[in-house]
Design a protein around this ligand. Structure first.
Ligand SMILES: [Zn+2]
Length: 474
């Protein structure tokens, strides 16, 4: 058999394509001496009805018991024949097209051979040299991140380490075995922990919007890996080593793990040494990464095409049809909402969770504008949970609720001044605090004035009036 070099991962970072990018833009402040070079690998479980290579139900997180969605194929029994899930392949291509990838018209599944108890076949069905999608890009506020490849594979079973009758045991739940899993691999375009977070958040937004995966990170429906190394600013070659931090299940941990690695690797480089090439895990309890496996490159997965699965050939027409079925994507909607309704990006970003949401909010903004309500004020209220949208969602009702909540009572200016003066006179301690620079005491005064007046006053106006009175030394 032809010997294939040490797995896809070893190769990803070695492409010559990475050489001409501006690497200095996103250097974080902790990094004056070194620059982070980071690529991400993200796994997401697709939410097809059935598993990747058999007809078993794909619902591992809601299963009432372990090992209820299994058959000879996903249990890895000898003689079990896999059949590829058409929907999962279509969705992978859909994702690729949404990220601007080229689609390989010829593709196939390969066996990635390794032994682990959660993989009884002794190999995982994955894709090696002909992934479905290559060469895309995800735009973020901190700069673009190029997609190297997107491939489809099967998830493994899940190990549970428990104590049963006083004995430590490892149990295996096959409900997750052979659930379709897409892996999205980037180029090493990421140069700060914040950038890594922005990228993965954007990616999750797009995947969820396409309605192909839930990306529940707590459950493990979306898992993050960061390939990290450091180099001196201005250098363009990829560093000689690479540290892979695996199994990160939240954006916060991703940021922490990368910042920890920057510090750890800096110290090793400062000492004149090169960090070991290895795979590390993240321990949130300790707030640090730890060695899991050394010498990743020495691993030999012996990839070869799976003889049980025929190769896949697409016609361009089929790809075009999938492309035509793509919805307007979040980035485009966010830009349009800003142009049409003045809705700020930070608000839109949180409102676009699904296509249904996007459609509904769009209608809401159109009607709000007609009713003289600023769409951004509405969006802001929803994002800050000041306006709870009742189910079933009704546009007119929502606008009315918002208007009522924001209606302020008018009050005679002289009367207001009188109340403010009274409140100030009754609270000399608070006045002293204000004069000592504790300006947030203004909130206390506002509450007192509101209560005394028995009215809902315009907050901005009230704030200004109190501030004026306090500052004038009364
Ligand atoms: Zn099965």
């Amino acid at each position: 058999m032809k010997k294939i070099p040490s797995g896809i991962r070893g190769e990803i970072r070695l492409g010559s394509r990475c050489k001409n990018i501006n690497m200095s833009e996103h250097t974080s402040s902790t990094l004056s001496k070194y620059e982070l070079v980071c690529g991400m690998e993200v796994h997401a479980e697709l939410k097809t009805k059935s598993k990747m290579f058999c007809g078993c139900k794909n619902d591992p997180f809601r299963a009432s018991q372990p090992n209820i969605y299994t058959c000879p194929v996903c249990l890895g029994m000898p003689g079990g024949l896999p059949v590829a899930n058409k929907k999962a392949i279509e969705w992978t291509i859909k994702l690729g097209l949404a990220l601007g990838c080229k689609i390989n018209l010829f593709s196939h599944f390969d066996r990635k051979n390794y032994f682990y108890p959660d993989l009884p076949k002794g190999y995982q069905i994955s894709q090696y040299d002909q992934p479905f999608c290559i060469d895309g890009v995800v735009e973020t506020d901190l700069g673009p991140v190029r997609i190297h490849r997107i491939h489809l594979e099967e998830d493994t079973a899940k190990l549970q380490h428990k104590t049963v009758d006083g004995q430590k045991v490892s149990l295996i739940d096959f409900n997750r075995s052979s659930v379709p899993l897409v892996e999205i691999v980037t180029e090493a375009d990421i140069h700060s922990a914040e950038h890594a977070k922005a990228y993965t958040k954007k990616l999750r937004q797009i995947i969820r919007f396409l309605d192909i995966a839930d990306c529940d990170m707590e459950q493990g429906g979306m898992r993050l890996e960061a390939n990290t190394s450091l180099r001196h600013p201005g250098e363009t070659n990829l560093p000689q080593y690479k540290v892979e931090v695996k199994n990160i299940n939240s954006f916060r941990f991703l940021e922490k793990a990368i910042n920890f690695e920057i510090k750890r690797q800096s110290e090793i480089l400062d000492a004149g040494e090169v960090p070991a090439q290895e795979t590390r895990g993240w321990s949130d309890d300790k707030g640090q990464t730890f060695t899991q496996r050394a010498k990743e490159d020495a691993e030999e997965y012996r990839y070869f095409p799976d003889p049980d699965l025929p190769p896949i050939r697409f016609e361009q027409k089929q790809i075009d049809e999938i492309k035509d079925s793509l919805p307007e994507l979040p980035d485009k909607i966010i830009k349009r909402w800003f142009a049409d309704f003045d809705v700020e990006t930070k608000n839109s970003d949180l409102l676009i969770e699904s296509q249904d949401d996007a459609k509904w909010f769009e209608e809401l903004f159109v009607e709000a504008k007609k009713a003289g309500v600023q769409p951004n004020a509405l969006a802001n209220a929803v994002v800050n949970k000041k306006l709870i949208i009742a189910e079933p969602r009704q546009i007119a009702q929502t606008i009315k609720t918002f208007q009522q909540a924001n209606q302020t009572d008018t009050v005679d200016e002289a009367e207001l001044q009188k109340i403010i003066a009274e409140v100030i006179a009754a609270n000399p301690d608070a006045v002293a605090q204000f004069k000592n620079g504790k300006t947030n005491v203004i909130g206390f005064f506002m509450g007192q004035v509101m209560r005394k007046s028995g009215k809902k006053l315009d907050v901005k106006q009230l704030n200004a009036s109190i501030l004026k009175t306090l500052s004038s030394g009364q």
